[in-house]
Design a protein around this ligand. Structure first.
Ligand code: 2IT
Length: 448
């Protein structure tokens, strides 16, 4: 129950109308928790039905994606693009290819993306898309045929000033290349319609590293502000064997942390003296997973077949970088009991609502993904700028800009949290700071 009647009504409506969409409901609820600090003080929010409009995507495109597999069999998947909010810029956000993809997941991602993109300070609205297509085990030719069929529909809905997709789970450089190539063919136009492209055709240096590196720059800001400390010598655990987890582990190690635990879909490994991060990165890059091979190479390592057992590892800092819903209340209690005092989300919504509330009540400083994982989309924004200017920045230039953006995101979250009397509540800071810019633009643009 909120103090504000307005918020209680919004949440009841969202819960009733989208009862099946549990991920979306969580994302909205997490956001409304913070809105309770401001809505009663600013009646214009309710008068202008800002929140009613914010929780409904501007447009959802859903389509059939027929394709032919290598055996000549015709297959059908569902494609989506959720164009959530364009108040401050063209829709911007990744595409996810995974069996689990449905509207609830894409709506939660698009909703969060809106505030994340706002926090970067760059002019990008929020969007997300994808398909229930599973690229694992598919040949390159199958993935290409799928991507071309997908783009044959999507091309009419996107564009460099309309909607600019990028990668997400199951959707990397290969998929971006096939989609971009087909868009270019259909439109007879080269433009920065996708980000995450290879360097050879307009990609930005540091985009593959950006989310993981940005996460560590943000973590350093947290340590500095709250403890006048740095990550050097800290025990860190990282979940997920994708780009975000790998690059986070790499940067954490480079900054002097000890990586004491890591996980993938098959389980987790831990070692208080530090894992062999180089081997893990090599395996993760080649195979998308590492735990089974790691255990073969280091039979003495502490190992569990349950990925969630990672959260039982004694540590100072936890970096969940796998996917939504990987930390529940029980995991949160395990983390606290084993010494963890900071949790910085690298994935989108890895912690469920009970876990987040537990961290806030038990002095574990928590940062929501919409703030701490914004480095990826921030460098996507920089890729859009480079494409629009028809030039490319050096790795050093991009890294410097990324550092500046992450520092600024932290500052906005921290200052806003302090202003509302809860300096350690970065979720509050992120939601309010992200919201205010979108709100201002929505007010200015009228009822659209
Ligand atoms: O969740 C995210 O921020 C992303 N998947 C990156 C989106 C982007 O447009 O680079």
């Amino acid at each position: 129950m909120y103090k504000s009647e307005y918020l209680n009504r919004i949440l009841d409506e969202v819960r009733a109308k989208y009862a099946e969409q549990k991920e979306f409901i969580q994302a909205v609820e997490e956001f409304l928790d913070s809105m309770d600090f401001i809505v009663d003080k600013d009646p214009r929010i309710e008068e202008n039905a800002i929140l009613e409009r914010l929780v409904v995507p501007e447009r959802i495109i859903q389509f059939r994606v027929p394709w032919v597999d290598d055996n000549g069999k015709i297959r059908v998947n569902t494609g989506y693009r959720v164009q959530f909010n364009s108040a401050i810029g063209p829709y911007k956000g990744g595409m996810r290819f995974d069996k689990s993809v449905n509207l609830s997941i894409l709506k939660f991602l698009g909703f969060e993306q809106t505030f994340k993109n706002s926090l970067t300070g760059l002019p990008m609205g929020g969007g997300k898309g994808g398909s229930d297509f599973d690229p694992r085990g598919k040949s390159d030719a199958e993935v290409m045929r799928f991507c071309q069929s997908f783009m044959a529909e999507l091309f009419r809905h996107i564009g460099p000033d309309t909607d600019v997709p990028a990668g997400d789970l199951g959707f990397g450089a290969r998929e971006i290349g096939f989609m971009f190539g087909y868009y270019k063919k259909l439109r007879n136009e080269w433009s920065g319609v996708f980000t995450g492209k290879n360097i050879s055709y307009g990609g930005s240096l540091y985009r593959p590293e950006a989310t993981g590196y940005g996460l560590l720059y943000f973590t350093e800001e947290m340590l500095k502000a709250y403890f006048n400390d740095s990550i050097k010598g800290k025990r860190v655990i990282v979940s997920g064997s994708g780009k975000v987890g790998s690059m986070a582990a790499l940067k954490a190690k480079e900054l002097g942390a000890t990586i004491v635990g890591m996980s993938d879909i098959n389980g987790c490994v831990s070692d208080p003296k530090g894992l062999d991060v180089d081997l893990i990165l090599e395996l993760a890059k080649a195979k998308g997973e590492f735990v089974n091979d790691y255990v073969k190479k280091y039979p003495q390592v502490k190992y569990s077949k349950v990925s969630r057992d990672l959260w039982k590892t004694p540590c100072d800092i936890a970096l969940p970088c796998a996917t939504q819903g990987e930390i529940n209340l029980e995991n949160a209690k395990e983390l606290k009991a084993n010494g963890c005092y900071m949790l910085v989300e690298g994935a989108n919504m890895p912690c469920d609502l009970e876990a987040i509330r537990f961290f806030n009540e038990n002095d574990v400083i928590f940062s929501p993904g919409k703030a701490s994982n914004a480095g990826g989309v921030a460098v996507s924004g920089l890729e859009m700028s480079q494409n629009a200017m028809h030039l490319s920045w050096t790795a050093e230039e991009v890294d410097e800009k990324l550092k500046g953006i992450m520092k600024n995101i932290f500052k906005q979250c921290y200052e806003t949290a302090k202003k509302y009397g809860e300096p350690k509540n970065l979720a509050l800071g992120a939601n309010i700071a992200g919201f205010l810019k979108v709100y201002d633009a929505m007010l200015a643009e009228g009822i659209v």
